[in-house]
Design a binder for this molecule. Sequence first.
Ligand SMILES: *[C@@H]1O[C@H](CO)[C@@H](O)[C@H](O)[C@H]1NC(C)=O
Ligand SMILES: *[C@@H]1O[C@H](CO)[C@@H](O)[C@H](O)[C@H]1NC(C)=O
Ligand SMILES: *[C@@H]1O[C@H](CO)[C@@H](O)[C@H](O)[C@H]1NC(C)=O
Length: 279
Amino acid sequence: MAVWSLWCLHLWAALLPIADTGAQVQGKVGGSVLLVAECPHGFQVREAIWRSLWPSEELLATSFRGSLETLYHSRFLGRTQLHSNLSLELWPLESGDSGNFSVLLVDTGGRAWTRILQLKVYDAVPRPMVQVFIALLGDGQPPKTCQALLSCRVPNISDITYSWRQEGTIDFGIEPHGLFMDGQVLRVSLEPGDKDVAYSCIVSNPVSWDSTTVIPWKSCHHEAVKTYYKDVLLVVVPVSLFLILAGLFSAWHWGACSGKRKKDVCADGVVLETESPLV
Ligand SMILES: *[C@@H]1O[C@H](CO)[C@@H](O)[C@H](O)[C@H]1NC(C)=O
Ligand SMILES: *[C@@H]1O[C@H](CO)[C@@H](O)[C@H](O)[C@H]1NC(C)=O
Ligand SMILES: *[C@@H]1O[C@H](CO)[C@@H](O)[C@H](O)[C@H]1NC(C)=O
């Protein structure tokens, strides 16, 4: 009578221990992950049993005398595939799937081998939201330098790392002393020559990343805009109709800070803007 046997992926271990614990595997919500059944060299598998150990112990898949079975009543039902090399594929992953899994392999001589894998499932990070806070200098004067705080935020998600990049620079160009709150907030000092300088906030976790780019000088520009329109009014355009229109526009602009926008735009010398991402 023939003895069924399958080959697993071999470890480079010369001796035969009885277990291997603690291999770590990472996956992304909605993606798939392959839990690999590694075993010692020379181990001819007769039976394989995959289980989920936590939060509850559940049978996921078995290979018995060459027949592969995954239709067990578990929270992974319909999301498992046992390959002929005995690797177990889980798809699609859900955020509650993190936990420990084990595979018990029995060889043709009746020896047993257990391997435990720790699966950690992460959400794909969404696009971060960047807000620009400006400290305004003096009244009416266009600021020569502009102090800006860039705040980067991702709703509702943990295990995130924040970093910043000044676009167009080769080295990353961000000094650590300008960073606050674990890198969520960046302080920059801008001069008129920096009016096109763009900063990107990059959020990442072990399985994904995304970024948003802003040009903070655009927010420093509020005061400068008024001055620009005054110049247009007095010097550049001699056409009277345009003068009137520009005058109206300028008046509307001056009125902005005493009107209904006062509270959110002009209070405490701080301007708050939410930048839409550049595409
Ligand atoms: C998973 O296994 C590791 C190592 O074997 C152990 O330290 C950890 O506590 C286990 N986690 C859970 C949730 O059981
Ligand atoms: C096992 O088989 C699957 C499906 O054919 C394949 O994707 C995988 O790379 C194979 N090897 C290992 C080590 O799991
Ligand atoms: C934030 O988390 C709560 C509960 O965890 C959830 O109900 C809500 O939909 C989440 N919001 C977003 C934007 O993901």
